[in-house]
Ligand binder design. Structure first.
Ligand code: ATP
Length: 284
């Protein structure tokens, strides 16, 4: 038997860091949604015990460092599954980009193995397992749009934002999430984005207010470290995107665009100097 799962990329419409906790994690408040740029996972039973990962992408680990491997190992241990699985990752989401590619693969593996092995694990339990693998995994298990608190694992689902085009551009640098959080100083921030204002804009379906409310406090770190990310934001704004923000800890910058006619101009303008540009829809 084979099962397939789509693992979409996430973007943060809002990312606020409230403070650093005693356990070393940061207390965050985020609004996350999914976009239609996805990895595809195929999971197939093996005739013997074990976990084998393959991928067409040459640049990700295929051993126990892979988050899909870790998801399979966790579910096998916790539910005492003595079967083997072969997982193929058809990667499309850029790696270390702020788009939660690895987290989404882990979440898709949890969902898919739950089906492959007929475990009937309820979604909230899958989310708890996911939280052991990474802060963004629970959201990737549920998908949709949510306000995330705690270290990202406390989820409150909300309605999807108004449909629009999303242009994603990843400058050719890899950013370590741990490094960005490590350098972040909440005390130095002049202002925080408003979660309640963004939530209200989404619930009212106001595209203009969603664009106006975009905010990510981690830009204060990544834009200083990597001027090319700041430059990418400026270029996208200049080319006419309605709202522009860095996703997660970066370096991917996304632009929200209402009118299809504008999208081609922005895409062509960016493609001139950036190899990784994608035009997708919100996953609503
Ligand atoms: P986030 O937004 O959650 O911080 P990200 O988009 O910045 O995530 P990922 O693409 O998840 O980052 O990759 C981060 C690291 O995880 C990379 O260094 C990569 O080698 C490793 N990794 C482990 N498993 C995977 C996977 N299945 N796909 C991509 N990267 C993976």
């Amino acid at each position: 038997m084979k099962v397939y799962e789509k693992a979409p990329a996430k973007i943060n419409l809002l990312l606020d860091v409230l403070h650093k906790r005693d356990d070393g994690f940061h207390e965050v408040e985020m609004i996350m949604t999914m976009v239609d740029l996805a990895d595809r996972l195929t999971m197939e039973e093996l005739p013997r015990d074990g976990i084998i990962i393959s991928s067409q992408a040459g640049y990700i680990p295929l051993d126990e460092k892979n988050l899909a491997f870790q998801a399979a190992r966790l579910i096998k241990e916790r539910y005492n599954v003595r079967k083997g699985v072969y997982i193929h990752l058809d990667k499309h989401i850029p790696v270390a980009a702020g788009l939660a590619g690895g987290s989404s693969d882990a979440a898709a593996a949890l969902r898919g193995l739950n089906r492959l092995w007929g475990l009937n694990i309820p979604q909230d339990e899958l989310c708890r397992l996911g939280a052991e693998l990474g802060s963004d995994v629970p959201f990737c298990v549920t998908g949709g749009t949510a306000v995330a608190r705690g270290r990202g694992e406390k989820l409150e689902p909300i309605v999807n934002p108004p449909q629009c085009w999303v242009v994603l551009a990843k400058p050719p640098i890899n950013v370590s999430t741990a490094d960005v959080y490590g350098r972040f100083r909440a005390a130095g921030l002049r202002e925080h984005p408003s979660t309640s204002a963004m939530r209200s804009a989404i619930e009212r379906g106001s595209f203009a207010d969603v664009c106006a409310g975009l905010g990510n406090v981690l830009e204060s770190v990544t834009l200083e470290l990597y001027p090319e990310v700041r430059q990418m934001k400026k270029t996208m704004q200049r080319l006419g995107a309605d709202g522009v923000l860095m996703s997660g800890s970066g370096p991917t910058v996304f632009g929200l665009v209402a009118k299809e006619a504008k999208v081609a101009r922005i895409y062509n303008g960016l493609r001139g100097f950036c190899k990784e540009v994608y035009v997708v829809r919100m996953l609503t």
